[in-house]
Design a protein around this ligand. Structure first.
Ligand code: SAM
Length: 506
């Protein structure tokens, strides 16, 4: 039995992949530890979307090399950076043992055991032992399907597809995650049912371009895309309260999906709709295939159906050739939409992407200035949106103790706003009505609205559902809270994360 430390960089999809790896290791008798110092195995699940994420993972792996001075330790890079850099990583990190790509997460446990056995055997210093597996794997999209839930976990991510066929000129993802491949609807629904049986009340469906789910594999039915068909099927799962999804692309966000927000009661009122830029010239150069006007038309259509819809987005500042005028167009669009939150990224050159070779790269100083300016506007809108909740009653799903003050509880509204309140812990996993009394930038504070106690079920019925055998205390995926000062990004309603998280550190 080995103690395995897994650290995840990047998005929710990476968190989900790490959870699958952790689950497989636990099934084989290993222990997931949140403490790097006691680890026999160190696995860093990497992100390649920006250079900063890669540098952080490289720095961390370099630093953890010191652990093997005391005992044999197996070191592995998993995921996107492993996929894009492959074998070359052994040159940068001489103590590295494993490099496992994005279609091979299901092989990690076996490779780890192989490496452990080799390290435990007689030393053969002249033979370098290493495993690299960055090949394509048919049906790998179906291999991310098991969960390692923490005690009282009530929300879970469900990976519905892998890969991306878009060719955004800034983005490395199509190179690291391969082409779009989707799982069948019945497999996904089965997974959701199993999650509900284990106490999960809310699922977030994950895909690189989630609304394009199934377009190569499954037909449209009565004008409804495969993604909308999937939403309908998940909506029909008994015991599930809420469905989220991330991230869609404005292209392919059609009327059937807009309508689904009206017709499917479990589909919550939150859309994370990456904008990237408000300038048509830059959108063209990014190969985003929509204009600012089309984006706004879509926002208006969504709001016409669901006026209370929370809208969040991704924006890149300092894309090659971005002038001050282009940037002003982005600010104007942000102001027009009034996003609840936005992740602002400074453009980062990525290997083999068309934008990396563009001649008119924007200086770092200007990127930083635009980043700060846009964040100020985003923060201002977030404050205004949150202030509008004061005095209102909102429904939240209680997730557990607040991260900043464990004496209080936190939950999220259907619009993905964090709400902190004081109450007894038996309400974890319950939908509660909270009256909002105060709002800060990204957090709402309030008091539970008292209902007639006679109308409440008996105490034992409001406790969190019993945990199935497979629950493992302290392990699972983490939601991201708070402000990411290092990157200048904000967000408690973070659909995309870039600070590392650790399995076992929920
Ligand atoms: N579904 C999303 C979309 O519609 O494009 C893609 C998700 S991507 C992994 C997350 C975000 O990272 C993108 O929306 C984009 O804002 C940001 N991003 C991607 N490549 C980047 C780069 N080279 N530099 C800075 N930000 C980048």
């Amino acid at each position: 039995m080995a103690k395995v430390y897994i650290k995840t960089y990047g998005c929710q999809m990476n968190e989900r992949d790490s959870e699958q790896v952790a689950r497989m290791l636990v099934e084989r008798g290993h222990l997931i530890t949140p403490h790097e110092n006691e680890a026999d195995v160190v696995l860093l699940n990497t992100c390649s979307v920006r250079d900063l994420a890669e540098q952080k993972a490289l720095g961390k792996m370099g630093m953890l090399g010191a652990l093997s001075r005391q005992r044999p330790v197996v070191y592995g890079f998993l995921g996107c950076m492993a996929q894009s850099r492959g074998e070359s990583l052994f040159k940068e990190i001489p103590h590295l043992d494993l490099v496992v790509g994005t279609q091979k997460f299901h092989r990690v446990a076996e490779y780890v055991e192989n490496a452990l056995a080799r390290k435990a055997g007689p030393r053969m210093d002249d033979v370098r032992f290493s495993i690299v597996d960055v090949e394509e794997e048919p049906d790998s999209q179906g291999s991310i399907r098991d969960h390692l839930l923490s005690e009282r976990q009530v929300t879970a991510f469900v990976s519905i597809m892998q890969g991306c066929n878009m060719r955004c000129t800034f983005c490395i993802v199509p190179f690291t995650r391969g082409h779009e491949r989707s799982r069948p609807i019945d497999q996904i629904v089965d997974e959701v049912k199993r999650l509900v049986d284990r106490g999960i009340r809310e699922v977030t469906l994950l895909g690189q371009i989630v609304n394009l789910y199934g377009r190569h594999e499954f037909p449209k039915m009565d004008g409804r895309s495969p993604f909308v068909q999937l939403l309908e099927a998940v909506n029909a799962v008994d015991g599930l309260d809420r469905i989220r999804f991330t991230s869609p692309h404005p292209i392919g966000f059609r009327k059937d999906l807009v309508e689904a927000f009206r017709s499917l009661p479990k589909l919550v009122e939150h859309v994370h709709l990456p904008l990237q830029s408000g300038s048509d010239r830059i959108l063209r150069a990014m190969h985003r295939t929509y204009t600012a006007e089309k984006y706004l038309k879509l926002v208006d259509e969504i709001r016409a159906i669901t006026p209370e819809m929370a809208m969040t987005t991704d924006i890149i500042v300092g894309f090659p050739g971005e002038t001050d005028e282009d940037f002003q167009s982005t600010k104007a669009l942000v102001d027009r939409v009034g996003f609840d939150n936005a992740f602002v990224f400074k453009y980062s050159k990525r290997k083999d992407t068309p934008a990396a070779g563009m001649l008119d790269q924007v200086p770092d100083r200007i990127k930083e200035e635009r980043n700060q300016e846009l964040l100020a506007l985003v923060n201002d809108w977030a404050r205004r949106r949150n202030a509008g909740f004061i005095g209102r009653e909102v429904e939240i799903l209680c997730e557990g103790p607040s991260k900043t003050n464990p004496a209080r509880l936190m939950g999220r509204t259907r619009g993905n706003k964090i709400v902190v309140f004081e109450e007894a812990s038996h309400q974890i996993g319950q939908l509660l009505n909270i009256r909002i009394t105060r709002a800060s930038g990204y957090t709402l504070y309030g008091e539970p609205v008292l209902v007639n106690p006679a109308a409440l079920p008996a105490f034992d019925k409001v406790t969190v559902r019993p945990l199935a055998k497979e629950h493992v205390s302290g392990c699972g995926t983490a939601s991201c809270l708070g402000r990411d000062k290092a990157s200048g990004d904000v967000g408690e309603t973070r659909p995309y994360r870039r600070e590392p998280t650790e399995i076992g550190n929920r």
